[in-house]
Ligand binder design. Structure first.
Ligand SMILES: Nc1ncnc2c1ncn2[C@@H]1O[C@H](COP(=O)(O)OP(=O)(O)O)[C@@H](O)[C@H]1O
Ligand SMILES: [Mg+2]
Length: 204
């Protein structure tokens, strides 16, 4: 059985924190896993990320979609699929649902188009469970202590981030693969909830 877990949500929603806690839990309980995120340490993906984050030209949504998909294709082929094939649990910090939200819903590219390109890039790989960390973006921003870095996507205004939240919620409503987490809960509560879901789904 394939064991592929993804975490989605806006900036500062707590994805990295929850993944770190889940990885600690896996370490302590002898679960064989890898945790990755795009660009996942791959050179070509790092280079693509540099282009997306710091391009001097305003990138069109189509360009962003194709660049993220190219990066995802390589990460999926080189890192995710081999680990899944070896029976490992794979945790990924964002995957194609982020593209559906940021380049799809929020940039007016139809979800069907995004998914066609995504399926081509990933060979149709779909996560077994996707945790969406739901939080008011304003609250997440304040919790994080305000602005700390200057990349293009993070610098957009709050109405944009509200739209991101709304779009993730929409995806979560239409696809049973999603589990919505109240990201304002404590780190411990969130970890317990995730572990319970993974046990119920027989992923761990
Ligand atoms: N459950 C939580 N309760 C309180 N603060 C949290 C929680 N999860 C994360 N944080 C804090 O919120 C900020 C953003 O968390 P992070 O995990 O980096 O989010 P993301 O990876 O989604 O951008 C960090 O300062 C982190 O310490
Ligand atoms: Mg993070």
């Amino acid at each position: 059985m394939q064991k592929f877990i993804t975490f989605e949500g806006g900036e500062g929603s707590g994805k990295s924190t929850l993944i770190k806690n889940l990885a600690n839990y896996f370490d302590e309980n002898g679960v064989d896993y890898i945790a990755t995120r795009e660009p996942g340490g791959l050179d070509v993906c790092e280079k693509i990320r540099e282009i997306v984050k710091y391009s001097k030209e305003e990138l069109t949504p189509q360009t962003e979609l194709l660049l993220f998909s190219a990066s995802r294709a390589q990460l999926t082929h080189d890192v995710i699929l081999p680990a899944l094939k070896n029976g490992k649990v794979v945790i990924c910090d964002r995957y194609f649902d982020s593209t559906r939200v940021y380049q799809g819903y929020c940039a007016n590219i139809a979800d069907e188009v995004v998914m066609n390109i995504t399926n081509f890039a990933t060979n149709g790989l779909v996560p077994d469970v996707t945790f969406f960390l739901d939080i008011d973006p304003q609250f997440a921003f304040e919790r994080k202590g305000g602005k700390d870095k200057g990349d293009r996507i993070e610098n957009k205004d709050f109405s944009y981030h509200q739209n991101v939240r709304k779009s993730f919620k929409l995806l979560a409503q239409i696809d049973k693969r999603f589990v919505v987490l109240d990201a304002t809960k404590s780190e411990k509560d969130l970890l317990n909830q995730v572990v319970l879901v993974l046990k119920n789904k027989k992923i761990i």
